[in-house]
Design a binder for this molecule. Structure first.
Ligand code: PEP
Ligand code: MN
Length: 337
């Protein structure tokens, strides 16, 4: 980092800052100009924010040189991280589609859905058993019963399962059934949950909060990596903007941005981002064209009867059409699907 001292800073103030940095284990190079003194600081092991340098007398500005996330960064690991789930490799050449209902509603619904998404070419089954609903009066999920249906659908189809853990108390139960543990957008900065989920050693799908910057999202991933679990799949699912036409705004630029900043795989959820099934197909195509490693898509055998997010669920026919298009786009950008 670089610490720029104010032009009014005296020798004593400069010395106090240098001492605090040296005390925290940093190497400090002092460069005295005619107007201002600038400190070049090497060895950023202590997060500089913890040193409260900007609160010290005489300090004008602290300029970080390295990003605050380390393990998640491309400079730490230059090659792409590939995450293996059964026979599926996320982050490799193939683009993987994770598809299924928003919520597991019944045994019949999830079995029908698993069969149809598999035959259309999906490689992972999604479905929530614990649902984070905005309203406490909305369907909250089948909980353990839902996990049992997901496990049955996995046995029947061979598709690995991604399902959400809402809190620490139900995390062990979810982890027993999930091949990938989903941390939802609302929980992206639930740091105790991230640490606990990391400790279970299973792949984690980390959704971006609608209010999070890319840096905050990568710092959330850093919690999992720092907890000793390198298997993080990032999921862009739309951010909050002033646009009222879609549920959120799908930040597709986050895909190339994150892929240049980090080695972690990135998937895109066009269902929650747009909130309308008609827009899912074009945004799924665009996501693959932008370099996404996969898609997370809501599919329902009968969207008009869905208990959750029916308006954004693809019916079986629309999902088939999406898969056809996504395969073509993947081929056009040097990937396969
Ligand atoms: C989901 O994928 O089921 C979900 C609730 O999404 P998000 O956390 O992105 O809102
Ligand atoms: Mn949903």
């Amino acid at each position: 980092m670089i610490v720029i001292m104010s032009s009014r800073a005296g020798a004593r103030e400069i010395e106090a800052v240098v001492n605090r940095l040296k005390g925290a284990g940093f190497e400090v190079h002092v460069s005295r100009g005619a107007e201002q003194t600038v400190l070049g600081v090497v060895g950023e092991d202590t997060p500089f924010a913890d040193l409260a340098l900007e609160a010290m007398p005489g300090v004008e500005k602290v300029v970080p040189v390295l990003p605050p996330y380390k393990l998640a960064s491309r400079s730490y690991k230059s090659e792409n991280t590939v995450i293996r789930v059964g026979n599926v490799e996320i982050g490799g050449r193939a683009v993987h589609v994770m598809a299924g209902p928003c919520a597991v509603e019944s045994r019949e619904q999830v079995m029908a859905c698993a069969g149809l998404v598999k035959s259309a070419g999906a490689s992972i089954l999604r479905g929530g058993a614990f649902k984070p609903r905005t309203s406490p009066y909305s369907f909250q999920g089948l909980e353990k019963e839902g996990l049992l249906y997901l496990a049955e659908a996995r046995s029947a189809t061979g598709l690995p399962v991604v399902t959400e853990a809402l809190d620490i108390s139900t995390l062990p139960l979810v982890a027993e059934y999930a091949d990938i543990i989903q941390i939802g957008a609302r929980n992206m900065q639930n740091f105790p949950l991230l640490k606990e989920a990391a400790s279970l050693g299973k792949p984690i799908l980390l959704k971006r909060s609608p209010a999070a910057t890319v840096e905050e999202w990568l710092m959330a991933a850093e919690y999992i990596l720092a907890g000793g679990n390198g298997q993080v799949i990032l999921c862009e699912r739309g951010i909050r903007t002033f646009n009222g036409q879609t549920r959120y705004t799908l930040d597709l630029s986050a895909v190339p941005v994150v892929k240049s900043l980090s080695h972690l795989p990135v998937v895109v959820d066009p269902s929650h981002a747009t909130g309308k099934w008609r827009y899912v197909l074009p945004m799924a195509r665009a996501a693959v064209a932008a370099g996404a490693d996969g898609l997370l898509v809501e599919v329902h055998p009968d969207p008009a009867r869905a208990l959750c997010d029916g308006q954004q669920a693809l019916c079986p026919k629309a999902f088939l059409a999406m898969m056809e298009d996504v395969k073509k786009v993947a081929g056009a950008v040097g990937r396969e699907c």
